[in-house]
Design a protein around this ligand. Structure first.
Ligand code: 2P0
Length: 361
């Protein structure tokens, strides 16, 4: 069956930067993301006999064997779905009932689908890829949601989050609208490493992210390779892990109490700590450009002069400024005056993935 899903990127307020298990994509620490109402990816997925190989088309370009996108992301995700040992195949009675979440979650780890069929996936995003806008989060949230329907997997949100995580870690947070925490989990098999919603997209409608694009170029170091190098070489990594629980506690509390100052201040500090890890990785990872640094200074200055705003920056040069709706107009006026920006996107809390009817092929 051909299924199309739309999912939105999420921007982390407490960051994920480092894995403890690269194959299962299990993180070193828990993280919290805000799913946006824009930065969407739409994906149409079809499993069918007519496909002799898996086909991946992203934003009009076909990615083939030998490319990282195809081998390390797409194919690896499909294989996790498909490599189900015969003994694990569900009986039709079970699948008719729509299997219990625990069963589906267990089966997920060994590969899920009752099919050997090849797939075609066509995906379209309305924003620059691999530029620190969490395109893989939206992409794999959409892919997981489409696969769930296309293969009739019957996964609930938790199962879907575990599935999306195995495509790209941050994707597990995009399965939920609003604010979601990806719990690190403790189990070696990853069954307890999934996201949970803290507050849905309607809980704090005044929350805004002003995303300032300082460069639309694809980054040179992908997050996956960068974070692995950081875990191996940054002397600050233990310090990062020691302070994470406190950041998580503050951001959780800030969201629940709609305390913008607490969320903003903690998110900004957490972002700077993550970039300190990147800077101290060997060889150093520096995602910032001169526009990024200029914006950091402007945010400090605006805040000092009474306009409450904070920044966060991911694995790329874009600066995402956090503010409340009441300050948006003034902030935008100032941001628009900055020379050299390649784009400005205003985001607010948005929903989780949706299945839609208009297919891309
Ligand atoms: C985050 N980032 O928490 C952090 C902040 C980038 C900086 O999650 O290897 O694309 O596919 O699990 O999810 C980017 O990492 O990496 C990311 P994989 P992913 O949003």
């Amino acid at each position: 069956m051909k299924i199309t899903a739309i999912a939105n990127s999420n921007i982390a307020l407490v960051k994920y930067w480092g894995k403890r298990n690269e194959k299962l994509i299990l993180p070193q620490n828990s993280s919290i993301g805000l799913t946006t109402d824009c930065l969407s990816v739409k994906t149409t997925l079809e499993f069918a006999r007519k496909y002799k190989k898996d086909i991946l088309i992203l934003d009009g370009k076909e990615f083939k064997r030998g490319s990282e996108e195809y081998d390390k992301y797409f194919k690896s995700f499909l294989n996790k779905l498909r490599n189900l040992p015969r003994s694990e195949i569900l009986t039709s009675a079970e699948s008719r009932k729509g299997f219990a979440s625990q069963t589906s979650v267990k089966i997920l780890l060994r590969g899920l689908a009752k099919t050997k069929l090849r797939a075609k996936a066509v995906s379209q995003s309305g924003f620059p890829k691999a530029a620190g806008l969490a395109s893989s989060a939206a992409g794999f949230a959409a892919m997981a949601a489409a696969a769930n329907s296309a293969l009739n997997l019957g996964l609930n949100a938790q199962g879907l989050s575990i599935l999306a995580r195995q495509g790209s870690g941050s994707a597990c947070r995009s399965i939920f609208g609003g604010f979601a925490e990806w719990q690190r989990g403790k189990k070696r098999d990853g069954l307890d490493s999934f996201a949970r919603q803290i507050a849905n997209e309607n809980y704090w409608p005044d929350f805004r992210l002003v995303i300032c694009l300082t460069s639309k170029k694809e980054k040179k170091i992908k997050s996956r390779a960068g974070m692995a190098q950081t875990v191996k070489t940054s002397p600050f990594y233990d310090g990062w892990l020691k302070t994470i629980d406190d950041d998580l506690k503050k951001v959780r509390k800030g969201i629940r109490e709609r305390d913008f100052s607490l969320v903003g201040k903690t998110a900004e500090e957490n972002c700077l700590k993550m970039h300190a890890l990147m800077l101290t990785t060997k060889p150093a990872i520096i995602y910032w450009n001169s526009g990024t640094i200029a914006l950091i200074h402007r945010v400090f200055e605006w805040r000092k002069n009474g306009l409450e705003c904070y920044f966060t920056i991911d694995a790329g040069p874009q600066v995402k400024i956090l503010c409340l709706k009441k300050n948006l107009k003034v902030l935008l006026k100032r941001v628009k005056k900055i020379a050299g920006l390649e784009g400005i996107i205003v985001a607010k809390p948005g929903p989780g993935p949706k299945i839609v009817n208009n297919h891309l092929f």
